[in-house]
Write a protein of this length. Structure first.
Length: 304
């Protein structure tokens, strides 16, 4: 019926070469098969059947692929000093969040620098980045070099009769700008023989507290580096923070309340002026039977 109304309107406006209803249906089916957001069926812990929109496709199709939205999404925390206007400027993003789920890399020139991999600074120091963040670029400076920063751990070379490698001092934290980055982990692997350095694949362990013993290195496979570095195959890897919330509304148009619980999310990296727009709010699941926590199980399974 809707397609027939559209075709009727086109004919009233005098549009030529109007397609038939069947042609429009075929086009719609083709577009739906390629670009629709799939839904996932779940049976909750209490036995209820419910459906949730795929959290894998929603951000990529409705946010990252949208040229009006994508340039405004922030993927890195920002150290803005005493200024606190946006979510990515808060200490939760900058200091408290687990670094294993933040954006794991930055791209400088033709090199990709990942967290928990050895990298070499301009002064020859070997370090391991723990966290990437941004700072407001000073005036009259190259925007990339002074915008992206890293909180790094110093890597100390250890040579003895029984072992050769690096011990990572996690208590010895230094903040370095992107302008100080010289070589990423893959480049060090290709050049350490020439520069007479130790094998970067040999990480002996980690010291978290000064004066304590050396703990095993478990953050990555040191012979491979960060897993994202391998899986990305040269593509950029960005974290996508979301605000996930549950709301309820009535399913009736009358005054009689018919409670429907729904889960929705917005991109946490969007500025306040954009995040509250209707187009920035994305639907995930709704039910008037399934309790919210039971629906949340399926959504969490997808995110994990």
């Amino acid at each position: 019926m809707q397609l027939q109304v559209i075709l009727w309107g086109l004919s009233i406006l005098g549009v030529n070469n109007i397609p038939s209803t069947w042609v429009l249906k075929d086009i719609d089916n083709s577009l739906q098969s390629q670009y629709r957001i799939p839904s996932v069926c779940y049976q909750g812990a209490l036995g209820h059947i419910y459906y949730s929109m795929s959290t894998t496709f929603l951000p990529s199709l409705q946010e990252m692929a949208n040229p009006c939205v994508r340039p405004h999404i922030h993927h890195y925390p920002e150290d803005a000093g005493s200024q606190l206007d946006q979510p990515w400027q808060a200490s939760r993003w900058l200091c408290e969040i687990d670094p294993t789920i933040t954006t794991p890399m930055i791209c400088k020139a033709w090199q990709d620098f990942y967290v928990f991999e050895l990298m070499k600074l301009m002064d020859g120091t070997m370090v391991v980045p723990e966290h990437w963040y941004t700072k407001p670029a000073p005036q009259n400076s190259p925007p990339f070099d002074f915008k992206y920063w890293a909180r790094v751990w110093r890597a100390h070379p250890v040579t003895s009769s029984c072992t050769h490698g690096y011990v990572i001092h996690a208590y010895d934290i230094v903040e370095v700008p992107a302008s100080d980055l010289l070589l990423s982990f893959p480049c060090i692997l290709q050049t350490y023989h020439v520069s007479n350095q130790l094998d970067p694949c040999n990480i002996i362990g980690l010291i978290r507290v000064r004066g304590h013993g050396v703990l095993p290195w478990t953050l990555t496979d040191p012979t491979v580096g960060n897993g994202w570095h391998v899986w990305a195959h040269g593509h950029r890897v960005l974290s996508y923070m979301i605000w996930l919330y549950c709301d309820n509304t009535s399913g009736n148009m009358s005054k009689k309340w018919n409670k429907h619980n729904s889960f929705l999310f917005t991109a946490a990296g969007l500025p306040h002026v954009m995040v509250h727009k209707e187009s920035s709010i994305h639907f995930l699941a709704m039910s008037n039977i399934v309790p919210p926590l039971e629906m949340l199980d399926g959504i969490v399974d997808q995110l994990e």
